[in-house]
Design a protein around this ligand. Structure first.
Ligand SMILES: *Cc1c(COP(=O)(O)O)cnc(C)c1O
Length: 430
């Protein structure tokens, strides 16, 4: 093994990492290159990637078809402003998004990151209300245990406890929260699960603009998989109360949960849909907010007559080109069979963890495997323990989880699962 790169010590002192400190930060591992499902560290070690770079690298790294899409577009132009100009990569990406997403979502707004796509969705809901003269409808209803991003509008609809509501009290708008759905994916449906949401709509209906949620899979807020009937019921409640439904599929979009979109598990279409993460196959940042003709026509049909958002790097052509290529690649493969294979392999491979005294729950849905512990892991120790076993798994809090690239083969899935079993087995018993 070669030594750590010469810049690493300086980097650790000067560069923020996600949710990190600059004072004696926990270790970070320098990556030299990545291909397929392998991350190659600067010291020469190779890790099997269990994270798909936070849900995004669905086809693995350094994919020839995705590289070619970026290179081809780079030879034409890396970027042009989207105000007053347009280009084929944006048009062709929007076309395929309208085609593959749930019915009725016909209008596409390209944003730069997932959080911004959520801001755009919230702004759409509020402009929709303003256009209808419903100025009292400015609050959102959402679920506890949710995660929607780190910007202020998005933070305000994240779980108030695991989100940052205490730290930013007085700055964040105060929305209406209901308990997270309790009936699990795959368990018998119990209609009582929807009652808290119905009660909240009864109590706050006249002040609500929209409901925002992560359909079926709650990601960073708790890695929780709930019953699709809950989502179907939310759709009915929204229709009855005249509320817009915003589905945040930034994590779940593009097959991750076993359906192309998590909304498909319930056969519903939201009024507004947020996409990100896997959209570009993990190549670069891009997000999209889609809406239906009713919302778009309402916004554009009243003062100020335009939708009030327009980022500098809107619809970046490199990102749009690779996103279209990634979606074509997904649809050309039998993605459902691959995700189903991963689901079965993770379910079998993680099942033995249930017997460990450190483990509270094991759950798998699509290409997502979760081992929930009784106690939070020590982040100074646990990522290193995974690296020592040749895998990249980055837990948070009490959750050890994987969402590997769809191209991960059975042998690598088994290695990921046995590493999780071994590392969890080595943790202190509560
Ligand atoms: C990651 C995520 C976001 C935020 O996306 P960023 O690109 O990190 O801003 C929003 N919603 C959900 C469900 C996510 O998983």
């Amino acid at each position: 093994m070669s030594a750590a790169p010469p810049w690493l010590a300086w980097e650790r002192a000067h560069v923020w990492h996600p949710y990190s400190t600059l004072q004696d930060p926990p270790p970070v591992f320098a990556v030299e290159s990545a291909a397929g499902v392998r991350l190659r560290l600067a010291d020469g070690r190779e890790l099997i990637d269990g994270m798909a770079s936070w849900w995004s690298a669905i086809h693995g790294y350094n994919h020839p078809a995705l590289n070619a899409a970026v290179e081809d577009q780079l030879g034409r132009m890396a970027h042009v402003m989207f105000g007053g100009l347009t280009h084929a990569p944006a048009a062709r990406l929007a076309e395929i998004l309208v085609e593959v997403t749930p019915a009725g979502l016909e209008h596409v707004f390209f944003a730069d990151s997932g959080s911004v796509a959520v801001e755009v969705a919230i702004k759409m809901a509020l402009q929709y209300r303003a256009a209808r003269g419903e100025h009292g409808r400015r609050r959102l209803l959402t679920l506890r245990g949710g995660y929607h991003g780190d910007t202020f509008g998005a933070m305000a609809v994240c779980d108030p406890v695991t989100g940052m509501h205490g730290l930013f009290r007085g700055v964040l708008p105060e929305h209406v929260f209901v308990p997270r759905p309790e009936v699990r994916f795959g368990a018998p449906w119990d209609a009582a699960d929807i009652e808290p949401l119905v009660a909240a709509v009864d109590a706050h209906g006249e002040e609500l603009a929209a409901v925002i949620l992560e359909p079926v899979v709650q990601g960073a807020g708790g890695m929780w998989f709930y019953h699709p009937e809950y989502l179907a019921a939310v759709r009915r409640v929204c229709d009855a109360a005249g509320l817009l439904l915003i589905a945040d599929e930034i994590a779940t979009g593009f097959g991750r949960s076993g359906a192309l979109f998590a909304c498909d598990h319930a056969g519903i279409a939201p009024d507004i849909l947020c996409l990100g993460k896997g959209l570009t196959g993990g190549y670069m940042t891009l997000a999209a907010t889609l809406t239906n003709a009713h919302v778009a026509d309402t916004i554009c049909g009243a003062e100020p007559g335009v939708f009030m958002h327009g980022p500098t790097f809107m619809a970046n052509p490199l990102a749009c080109a690779v996103a279209r290529a990634s979606i074509e690649l997904l649809l050309a493969d039998d993605w459902a069979a691959e995700v189903g294979r991963i689901e079965r392999r993770l379910a079998a491979g993680l099942a033995p963890c249930r017997a460990l005294p450190q483990v509270a729950d094991v759950r798998v849905l699509g290409a997502i495997g979760v081992v929930e512990l009784h106690q939070p892991v020590d982040m100074r120790v646990v990522p290193q323990a995974f690296v020592d076993r040749g895998v990249w798994v980055r837990p948070f809090g009490r959750l050890v989880y994987v969402m590997p690239p769809y191209v991960t083969d059975d042998a690598d899935l088994d290695t990921l699962c046995s590493a999780i079993g071994a590392v969890v087995d080595g943790l202190p018993v509560p």
